[in-house]
Design a protein around this ligand. Sequence first.
Ligand code: ARG
Length: 465
Amino acid sequence: MSNKMWGGRFEGGPDAIMEAINVSIDVDRHLYAQDIAASKAHAAMLSAQGIIAADDAKNIAQGLDTILSEITQGTFTFKRALEDIHMNVESRLAELIGPGAGRLHTARSRNDQVATDFKLWVRDTIDALDTALAEYQRALVERALEHADTVMPGFTHLQTAQPVTFGHHLLAYVEMAARDRGRFADARKRLNESPLGSAALAGTSFPIDRFATAKALGFDRPTANSLDAVSDRDFVLETLSAAAIASVHLSRFAEEIVIWTSPLVGLIRLSDKFTTGSSIMPQKRNPDAAELVRAKTGRIIGSLNALLIVMKGLPLAYQKDMQEDKEGAMDALGALALAINAMTGMVRDLIADKARMEQAAGDGYATATDLADWLVRTLKMPFREAHHVTGRIVAKAAEAGVALDALPLATMQVVEPRITAEALAVLSVQSSVASRTSFGGTAPKNVREQAEAWRKRLENDAISR
Ligand code: ARG
């Protein structure tokens, strides 16, 4: 039997393999709410413009409401023979209200319909991701305030570099998340034009009001070019790019958590809620959630890559290739939401080993720069020379097998006779971080100020749109 929605010129039905490659209902069924909302807006506009009768519009709207509740209650039967969500809904509408259902598709096509539905879905998803990112930021800010004074080693090249505060480290991720939110907000702003009424590709001869449907669906305006509207998926690409960058940020923090929880490092401990055990080694506490956040980045970047490749070289206007946009995007954005929530949970519960952090902060001559800075400030030594002098003192400490602040003053004076006892005071990790008060620096005072400012900003914060 030929397809009842478009089979007029067909005698036979599709091959089973044709149906298998063509069907998208398993994926686009997730667009049901958006599909129904867009159809309701379209029907209301058709009636307001006198294109269909008010009675038909009323029946259509009621039928669509019935379908919505059937789907949410799980009583709706999705049919693969009907390919996608659009035809599943329209076909059921015909069962419910009769031939009047056939008027709904006046002055539209599945091409503008799917672009509209998916934009609405992506928009809703961006809003949900933004809420999750704000919650993640709040968790980081609270822990940063708590740990404004906690000293830990700061690393470059994963080598102990200079002491920093744990609060400062946490606030670094707040900044990253803020830029991630900014990227999603940008994508949202650009996507918020309605394709509905672009029809198949050329627009329509019916006197439709695209501004009315755009407004009804919360879009800022209708898209200005019908060919562009049905044939572009840059709104998905842009959202996936933002998602890929956000997931890269999360993966970096996840990796740090994996490193920090290793018994070799031991800077933090995850709560039981975010740790798993080993089936063979009873002592193990595995940071699986952090590892999986790190790994989810793969599929998120992969989806972006896949859709870029699908879109590359596609001529105008709609091509069926574009049906491949949804599965990867839904998977990727779902994975990102989960990753954000997992990080929020880990951040809320993690226990910092303050003593271990402080001890590690002093390892590896982390305050050598402070000594060099003292030589510059007090002895007016050029920094390059101070760097060299300090290097020689570090070598002496290494030779003696002691920390920098445990090296006798007399030994330092062998290298530079003008060094006084005052210099020793700058060598503690606490005074090191306390001195880093330059704007954006790690001093506890700065961290407290920044964290308080973020707390205020995040209090009643929604995406800046
Ligand atoms: N399921 C299709 C998609 O996701 C809907 C649009 C189909 N349009 C068409 N002309 N066959 O892209």
